[in-house]
Design a protein around this ligand. Sequence first.
Ligand code: F6R
Ligand code: MG
Ligand code: MG
Length: 361
Amino acid sequence: MGKITVTVIKADVGGFVGHSSVHEELLATAREQLAKSPLLVDFHVTHVGDDINLIMTHRQGVDSEEIHKLAWDTFVACTEVAKKLKLYGAGQDLLADAFSGNVKGLGPGIAEMEFFERTSEPIIVFAADKTEPGAWNLPLYKMFADPFNTIGLVIDPKMHEGFKFEVLDLLENKKIIFNTPEDLYDLLVFIGAPGRYCIKSVYTKAGEIAATSSTQRLNLMAGRYIGKDDPVLIVRCQSGLPAVGEALEPFARPHLVSGWMRGSHSGPLMPVSVADATPSRFDGPPRVIALGFQLADGKLIGPQDFFADKAYDRAREMALMIADYMRSLGPFEPHRLHLEEMEYTTLPLVLEKLKDRFVKA
Ligand code: F6R
Ligand code: MG
Ligand code: MG
């Protein structure tokens, strides 16, 4: 059998209630739409916060116009339902009036990879809400380059050579490949600044795809930042790739990500089950889910809702403690993001109003 493609496409086409979750009718509509397609080998529909995630397998390869159109049409159908129920922000991520060949740049986020299915092919689909693609930088670094996280890098002969990281400069729309461990320090110079430099994909040294994210160029309009894109990530596991537990381990210590309330705050990324993927406090804190599947000739056997596990209770506790602390800073940085990174700003307005009151110091 030929190669299989795993495509994950996500969009927020209406929140229930506010920006907190997705109404069951939208998920049912998405399932109905995908079930009609003769192109899919299999699919699974889920959500994190107000984002619908379409997890699909097929044999059309990456960047397939048909598959992208299927996702687009599915989100259009969900938007109709969202409008009927007067859900919040119906159709908000469908930025274009009509589909034109590829969903990239049209609003929905996308991660996809094509490969020959191994004898056993465990994959994890991560999806997050109230944050941005740079949120995957730290966990991907830990999974594929940090021996304190991934002991396989040290003691598994199949992993000992290291990996290749493809990093995008979102501002200049350029990409670069770093080899680890050789380029480790150079890599960190960039990915430590996740608002600008994001890991797009990770490959084995032999060039096999291991992980890919929904990182795309920045949402800029007339030079102004118009929004964070809640990201997804696909990771292949085991047999020379990080073990499932090594891929999940970075989320045991919640890191600070950009997003949260009005896409303008820094807060902890809290690992949760799908049932708990409903941001509430201050529209957050930001959430991440992890769904595991075994592929069987492209069929998605699963999901296993990994962060439902009790082993993540302490991570949630820690995230909530960090959330308390960050919230105590109110409108001050570093809880509030730097001026250039905020999704909402009144700065030009207030500057204009006060322009005559500013005098030379
Ligand atoms: C952040 C998010 C929410 C909204 C906030 C205000 O990604 O989705 O925090 O930014 O609820 O939303 P509006 O401006 O739609 O009232
Ligand atoms: Mg929303
Ligand atoms: Mg969202």
